[in-house]
Design a binder for this molecule. Sequence first.
Ligand code: GRF
Length: 203
Amino acid sequence: MFPVGVGVLVSGGGSNFEALVAAARRGEIPEAAFPLLISNKPGVGALDRAARLGVPARVLDPKTFPDRAAYFDAVADALEKAGVRVVCLAGFLLKVEPNFVRRFAGRILNIHPGLLPRFGGKGMYGHHVHAAVLAAGEKESGCTVHLVDDEFDHGPVLAQARVPVRPGDTADQLAARVLEQEHRLYPAALRQFLEKLDKVETL
Ligand code: GRF
């Protein structure tokens, strides 16, 4: 079995990115290689992590492209050139455009810090999700890994993990509890996805 190139798109701290790479290096995602990380923002923590982990990284800033379609064509070009077959969105805050979804159809994964289909959609990212969960008086929350389609936080669910909401929780406390599960769930979901991908493609 030869490794599958996994490209990671980020906008921030990159702890999920590091969890994926670390799991692969521990042998928990034997099929995965990480040839390229792309950030849409300069100066973010994910870039420091990439440097430390020895993962090639680039900043592609949408402001330097005429429109979002042109931006996502450039992102897809860079990923393909690096040998990427599967894309993981890991704290990537831009909505991917249809041209990008078409080029990696059925091979884009995302992690969301809530139990989709609830608490997803436009504006529902990071702390907004945890604040909404608390405001709704939920007894549990969690995270979801799903395949990406043309709608925000939409597409077939691959895996979910649940955590309790404790009385008096702040959004920060809940975020930390969920993030711990994200770091476990994303590598496990990617591993399963890659195992199936290879079976389908070698038929
Ligand atoms: C995570 O909660 C992720 O689910 C969400 O944003 C956070 C990013 O964390 N989309 P990190 O950048 O992976 O540290």
